[in-house]
Design a protein around this ligand. Structure first.
Ligand code: DAH
Length: 348
């Protein structure tokens, strides 16, 4: 019996030595360790033995089975480790290779500026509203107190889509009218409206047939110029730094009375005077004023009850100031070499 066990042990171990894959190992297991395999067959001899011999034989068989099971287990571990190493080897990353450069995109600087303005106004309780770029003469001019034949229309010559009534808006101010009409003469208004505007200008370093404005309108009770000043102070400090100061100088717009132009201290020389501000220390960045009673009235707000202020920025002009751009076209061109320099300036 001992001989049989020994030869079976040798046979199994020899086969194990030749086994290289998990699949072959499982096949061997099925042959030798199954219920109909040679080990079970050896165990069946137990029946022919007396009690004393059974005890002895049981002990020998147990050792034998443990030995064989251990051999199977340790080979299984070895094969698994080998295959894992092979896989790791094949997936190894050579970190000494130069990396592939990934170009990361960034929002256009104009978009960034508009977002900053929006966030600041939202934090002061304003709504951000939208209006159509294809506009009616009525909203773009008439209801802003600029009747047909008014000379102010000359400076705002634009593109006409249909006859004299449908045009590409020359300013975002018509959104003031549209917002007031929605307010039905009873709802207080706090809104800004950033958007594209159009004029029949030849494109050059400071003009474009299409540009961006940001309109603002507040309609409420007892609104004054000082409310306007305080509000613009906040936004220009946010855009150009805490030391920025704001001042008004008198101006004329048809839809505001009184009208002002808004200057800020030159962010380059901090008000001392330099080539950017033409040595005045100030740069003009917006038009604004107290909403004209005619405009309130035409849009359904009683000027005896309601007052308001309005303002309009050229978003491109602000971006040019903020990022020190000397040619407006750079903002709209898709020349990455140029656009990337603005990102760098922003990071400084
Ligand atoms: N819409 C004017 C323009 O394009 C800018 C402007 C001036 C807007 C005064 C206003 C304002 O709301 O009150 O020249």
């Amino acid at each position: 019996m001992q001989e049989k066990i020994n030869s079976l042990r040798t046979e199994i171990k020899e086969k194990l030595e030749k086994t290289k894959t998990l699949k072959d190992l499982t096949e061997l297991k099925n042959i030798y360790l199954s219920k109909k395999g040679p080990i079970t067959e050896l165990m069946s001899h137990m029946r022919e033995l007396n009690d004393e011999e059974k005890k002895e034989f049981g002990k020998i068989m147990n050792e034998f089975k443990t030995d064989i099971n251990n051999s199977f287990d340790s080979l299984k571990n070895k094969i698994e480790e080998y295959e894992l190493n092979k896989k790791l080897e094949s997936e190894k990353i050579d970190i000494s290779l130069p990396s592939t450069k990934i170009n990361v995109g960034a929002p256009n600087i104009l978009e960034k500026l508009i977002e900053e303005v929006e966030e600041t106004f939202i934090s002061m309780g304003y709504d951000v509203v939208d209006g159509p770029e294809i506009e009616e003469d009525k909203y773009n001019f008439e209801m802003l107190n600029i009747p047909k034949g008014h000379p102010a229309r000359d400076a705002q010559d634009t593109f006409y889509i249909e006859g004299e009534e449908i045009l590409l808006r020359s300013q975002t101010s018509p959104v003031q009218v549209r917002t007031m009409l929605k307010g039905n003469g009873i709802t207080p208004i706090r809104m800004i409206c950033p958007g594209k505007t159009y004029r029949r200008d030849d494109d050059d370093a400071t003009h474009s047939h299409q540009f961006m404005q940001i309109e603002g309108l507040v309609v409420d009770k007892e609104i004054s110029l000082s409310d306007l000043k305080g509000t613009l102070d906040v936004i220009f400090k946010k855009l150009f730094g805490e030391s920025t100061e704001t001042r008004f100088h008198p101006s004329y717009y048809q839809f505001t009375e009184p009208s002002v132009e808004v200057d800020i201290t030159c962010h380059k020389c901090k008000g001392k005077g330099c080539n950017i501000c033409k040595n005045s220390g100030w740069i003009t960045v917006a038009g604004a004023g107290i909403v004209h009673p005619n405009v309130l009235r035409m849009s359904g707000y009683d000027p005896k009850v309601w007052t308001g202020f309005a303002f309009g920025f050229g978003a491109d002009r602000l971006a040019m100031e903020k990022y020190d751009i000397h040619d407006l076209r750079a903002i709209y061109n898709t020349d990455l070499r140029e656009l990337k320099t603005f990102d760098r300036k922003e990071a400084e």
